[in-house]
Ligand binder design. Structure first.
Ligand code: FES
Length: 153
């Protein structure tokens, strides 16, 4: 779908009302396979709403939830909260980063995985814990990382 068509479709969901710009950007990001806001789509949305592109950019860059760069198909959020940390989450992070060849906060070149760290996902008893595509994986150990990631390749 073209950037223009997508923007028109999403804007129509909100009566083309710029007051709903945040919700529109959330929808565009959600519909994008790599969960980000490509430049052509921001420009197209500004044109549809008849507002300056700079206003759309201001919102897109203000909220941490919006990504301006493509994210991996699979999002790995590894917990480095206290309970996970004392059980060796740092070593799990090292193993994941090494296995994927990216640093914390990075995305693999093939856009398969993004890796980020978070603080407590509410499953402390299972630590170290990672949330991958909204599924919880607990009691992680560095040695288990290759097998864990293999199922998403
Ligand atoms: S500290 Fe990791 S889930 Fe709570």
């Amino acid at each position: 779908m073209s950037a223009e068509k997508l923007s028109q479709e999403v804007a129509a969901l909100y009566d083309n009302n710029p007051a709903h710009l945040i919700a529109m950007l959330q929808e565009i990001q959600k519909r994008n396979k790599n969960r980000y806001l490509p430049r052509p789509e921001l420009e197209a949305l500004a044109a549809v709403l008849q507002i300056p592109v700079s206003k759309v950019y201001r919102i897109a860059t203000f909220f941490k939830a919006f990504n301006l760069e493509p994210k991996g198909e699979h999002m790995i959020s590894l917990c480095l909260g206290t309970a996970c940390h004392v059980r060796g989450a740092d070593r799990v992070l090292e193993a994941m980063a090494g296995e994927l060849g990216i640093a914390n906060g990075g995305t693999t070149a093939d856009l398969k995985f993004s890796l980020e760290t978070v603080n407590c996902v509410g499953a402390c008893a299972l630590g170290p814990v990672a949330v991958i595509d909204e599924e919880y994986y607990g009691e992680l150990e560095p040695e288990k990382v290759p097998e864990l990631l293999q199922q998403f390749r």
